[in-house]
Design a protein around this ligand. Structure first.
Ligand code: ADP
Ligand code: ADP
Length: 221
């Protein structure tokens, strides 16, 4: 589903050059739930951003769902991302002055949908994460776990084949973290969604199919 070949990422500033990723080769199967672990600064977010076509590698090739995206234009990348990928972040990245339902509808605005369809799809996504009783709330009126559930609803509303999650339970206590993890496991199991998750939590990583460890930009396991 996702194939990374010889991925290298160098960040350059005036004075410093950082090799953030060094010869990463990774094949992620359709329906796989993969976790990525490693110490702070080892390249986890960079790797996830490259997989999510949010950032370009300095070298190497990316293949997602049998399409090589290396030479896509920015416009093609944006369309491909919107169709194939859903993103979840540690700090939720919700828009605080939009109600829950409107936050969840956002990815659909870039697609050919009517207002009625958007409302229906967003309502269904919120039902899947157990939040259909909060659609008119604002994010600031919700707990962290509830906010992350809204973010998951937003990530799945366009039925992406792949979800990329950057420390989705990092800001949550263990009870809420487990709830979020259960939702992701269920999505993977019941809908066959491929999931790649960065985590610091061994306990969460153990629940996934496979663990990749990074150290200093290289894959060590
Ligand atoms: P992790 O997610 O594992 O904490 P990151 O992928 O965020 O690691 O960062 C990997 C390395 O790349 C770190 O050394 C970090 O300082 C560096 N880095 C990340 N983003 C940038 C950037 N925009 N400019 C320069 N260096 C960066
Ligand atoms: P994400 O975008 O994955 O949700 P956050 O926005 O929650 O990450 O990150 C929270 C803050 O922590 C950000 O301001 C980010 O720059 C900072 N941060 C992330 N990784 C590191 C790191 N390895 N060391 C120091 N600060 C970090």
């Amino acid at each position: 589903m996702i194939r990374l070949q010889n991925i290298e990422k160098v960040y350059r500033t005036d004075t410093i050059q950082t090799l953030a990723l060094n010869s990463i080769n990774l094949d992620i199967e359709k329906g796989e739930f993969l976790s990525i672990m490693g110490p702070s600064g080892c390249g986890k977010s960079t790797l996830l951003n490259i997989m999510g076509l949010l950032d370009m590698p300095s070298k190497g090739s990316i293949n997602i769902d049998s399409q090589v995206t290396d030479n896509f234009s920015d416009k093609q990348l944006a369309a491909f991302r919107n169709k194939k990928l859903g993103f979840i972040f540690q700090s939720y990245h919700l828009i605080n002055d939009l109600q829950v339902l409107d936050n969840v509808e956002l990815p659909l605005l870039y697609r050919d949908t009517t207002a009625k369809e958007r409302k229906q799809l967003a309502t269904e996504a919120l039902e899947k994460v157990g939040l259909s009783n909060r659609i008119k709330h604002f994010p600031t009126q919700l707990s962290g776990g509830q906010r992350q559930r809204v973010a998951i609803a937003r990530a799945i509303v366009g039925r992406p084949e792949i979800i990329l999650a950057d420390e989705p339970t990092g800001n949550l206590d263990s009870a809420m973290g487990n709830e979020i993890m259960d939702i992701l496991l269920q999505l993977n199991r019941d809908e066959g969604t491929t999931i790649v998750m960065v985590t610091h939590d061994e306990h969460m990583a153990k629940k996934t199919h496979r663990l990749v460890r990074l150290f200093d930009g290289s894959q060590v396991q």
